[in-house]
Design a protein around this ligand. Sequence first.
Ligand code: HEC
Length: 515
Amino acid sequence: MPTPEDRPAARVADAAMGRAIYLRGTVDADRPIVALLGQPPVSVPASTLPCANCHGRDGLGRPEGGQEPSVITWRTLMRAIEAPGAGKRARPAYDRSRLRRAITMGLDPSGRALDPGMPRYQLTHEDLDDLIAYLEVMESDRDPGLTDTAIRLGVILAPRSQAEMLGSPVRQALEALFEGINARGGIYGRRIELRFAEAPESPSERVGAARSFLEEAAPFALLCPYISKVEAPFGALASESSVPVVGPLTPMPAPDETPARPVFYLDGGLAGEVRALVAFAGASGKARPAAVLYRVGPVASATVTAVREACARQGLGRPAEIEAPAAAEWGRTIEQLRSAGVAMVFVLGLGDETATLLESAEAAGWRPDVFAPAALAGRRTIERPPPFRGRVFLSLPAPATQDAEIEEYRDLVRRGRLDRGHQAIHWAALGAAKVLIEALSRAGRGLSRDRLVEALEEFRAFRTGYTPPVTFAPGRRLGAEAPTIVALETPGGRLRPVAEPRTSGPARDRAGSGR
Ligand code: HEC
């Protein structure tokens, strides 16, 4: 009787190797796999034609260019297809040996040739065993952070020094919103689990910390992470880790669309608002001398540059850049601006600068047009604007007309969860969450990171209620191009929309997209 030693040791197929072949078309760069494509066949490296390219990471098939790659999940392959949809073939069930034949020879179980759009792969026995072992477990090989019952989302909050203004309000808004969603049964029966991290104070440590967070918390996607000052390297990290990112928080969004990264910005940030205000000021006709009044700080350094660049682009010349004076010095600053003939002032403060400017200008009888992002105009400007007989325009990353969604916000406030004092940052976080929730719903039960990105790319003027309408596309990663611009009535404080956000299609000012 033969002993086991007489036979070659049975090799156990390695699904991890098979996974590499499925996703990348190679296990070992020194041993390329060859694929034959088309009729007559042309040989190409399989690394340029991995299975996942056509069948998707989930095996569900990605129709493209008139081709319909089959669903190749194990369950579907092992079942006969008797009543196929229009234009599809019936076929008997596969088994392992028929599957080997399909992959290497392009024959279906009945021996009929598959469409030449399906390449034929020249694989060793071992590679083929591994690949088939992977196909068998592919359905349970889910993206990180995803199970049948939960979706884990990661949120990177602003550093501790900004916890009060930025970090905690984001956390509270998201916790309150998702608590409600989970109470209603989650999304396709999956609960949303939030994992929080805090960004390091030093920008140079932020990308490293984000990388560790992705490894340790393994979130399925990131929601409004704080990425100020690390926009580009963070985008590269997201790409490399294939983690979808919705609504990153930074004053200076840097959408990278070539090749499209999985990072979806909701709007152009403060820089985008400032550009829109300058364009609005410039559209009024002849160039008038402009000035930027700023308070030194991280926000100003980014936004002052944006004003300077936008003024140059609008042919408004170089604005005078003036630091907001100490309380006693306002009179002198006003005189200086007035005698320079300044007719437009962009205010980039964070506190009382805008209100103080309006008061001091009114007292001096000087009436320039004043422009500011609402988020930087200070609470007093909006709630109790001082008398000022000039014109004041504010930009808001909010919808021009507010719809029912706002009822939801009132409800969150009413349930004692949120302090209205942080409304702007709440809305940024809630807007991002609404986009992600919609995309998760559209991606459906068969959710994967790829499906999520595809679902996001189909957004056309989607209304979150908290932001201007959001549009994405395969080459578009900036959801809303322009904020709403409102005229502020002083005194009174009524906000009257003067510019609706544009939601139109591809013809856009690419120079204005943040690069
Ligand atoms: C360039 C696109 C493309 C790539 C890459 C590709 N396929 Fe396909 N595949 C197709 C198309 C298209 C069909 C449908 C053929 C038909 O209907 O006749 C198909 C069919 C199949 C079938 C037959 C399913 C059935 O129901 O009969 C199997 C099995 C399969 N592919 C496995 C794979 C595997 C495994 C890989 C990687 C080693 C791979 N394919 C790579 C395009 C592709």
